[in-house]
Ligand binder design. Structure first.
Ligand SMILES: Nc1nc2c(ncn2[C@@H]2O[C@H](COP(=O)(O)OP(=O)(O)OP(=O)(O)O)[C@@H](O)[C@H]2O)c(=O)[nH]1
Ligand SMILES: [Mg+2]
Length: 269
């Protein structure tokens, strides 16, 4: 058992945070603190949990509570000089395996941290925790996605000093996470060869929101009869904006390109 592992008391919303490595000595200043009295009052007066900007004439879109918290996270991450990536995929597409390799390879030169979400268990957090990488597990209970409030609380639970890259491994789901901005700068969507070539066509919102699409488990593509050219065509059709990297965490193919991409994002100090 990891001596650092001391789960925090459950949040009022029911989810739990467990910092498995690199726990913060004291909570970071105010990231998950209450919103201003003005915004809290406006949110509670709104049946749909929305607040409008004061000057409605500007015709700005309404911001929902998650968006407000996400913007606060984004500013906090930028202020700390780190880049946050939100990894989203179906269950089992290979997010944790890729992050294990990333922490062991790329993470030795560039300090990384991980916030990982699942409905239940600390399994992924335990797979990921390493002395050189702060990791916190978020267990959501019944919620099929992470939200910006969970990220704020989990980010406060670990020591982010010196961290340049913060990975957020979302709950395995191709639908729910699409609508929840976490305050990340980069959204990474994984599609594995075991899922079939047609997933971008069937679940377009998540692929349309991607900055990067990773086609994973390419080592088993041939054995599965997976048509990589067709998958690439489908990704390009739905997500022309996204950078595409094909890789296998198992064989190592494509990992240097992924690390080069991370290197291009990581702020230099
Ligand atoms: N062949 C092959 N298998 C892989 C690769 N990457 C991961 N796997 C396997 O795929 C399974 C799921 O991998 P995980 O990394 O746990 O997937 P995940 O996306 O984190 O899963 P959830 O967190 O449950 O959504 C495991 O059995 C891995 O060993 C790969 O590159 N090639
Ligand atoms: Mg995982």
């Amino acid at each position: 058992m990891n001596p650092e592992s001391t789960p925090l008391a459950p949040a009022p919303e029911g989810y739990r945070i467990n910092p498995l490595s690199g726990a913060a000595v004291s909570a970071a200043r105010g990231l998950a603190g209450p919103l201003s009295a003005e915004i809290t009052a406006a949110l509670s007066a709104s049946p749909r949990g929305e607040v409008s900007v004061r000057s409605a004439d500007l015709n700005l879109p309404l911001l929902e509570k998650n968006d407000i918290l996400a913007e606060r996270n984004r500013g906090y991450f930028l202020g700390r000089g780190l880049v946050a990536l939100n990894l989203v995929s179906s269950p089992g597409a290979g997010k944790t395996t890729l992050l294990e390799h990333t922490l062991d390879d790329f993470g030795r030169q560039t300090k990384c941290a991980v916030l990982v979400g699942d409905l239940e268990t600390d399994n992924d957090g335990r797979r990921l925790h390493r002395p050189h990488a702060p990791v916190a597990q978020i267990t959501t209970g019944t919620v099929c996605h992470l939200d910006a409030g969970m990220i704020a609380r989990a980010a406060e639970s670990i020591n982010l000093d010196g961290v340049k890259v913060l990975f957020i491994e979302n709950v395995g789901n191709l639908v729910c996470p699409a609508s929840f901005d976490l305050g990340e700068q980069v959204r990474v969507v994984l599609l594995s060869t075991t899922e079939g070539e047609d997933k971008p066509l069937k679940y377009p919102p998540i692929f349309k929101s991607a900055h990067v699409v990773l086609l994973t488990k390419i080592d088993v593509a041939d054995a599965l009869g997976f048509d990589r050219a067709l998958a690439v065509e489908n990704i390009r059709r739905i997500a022309p904006q996204a950078r595409l990297i094909q890789l296998s965490a198992r064989s190592g193919e494509g990992l240097p390109e992924w690390y080069d991409f991370l290197r291009s994002l990581a702020p230099r100090s």
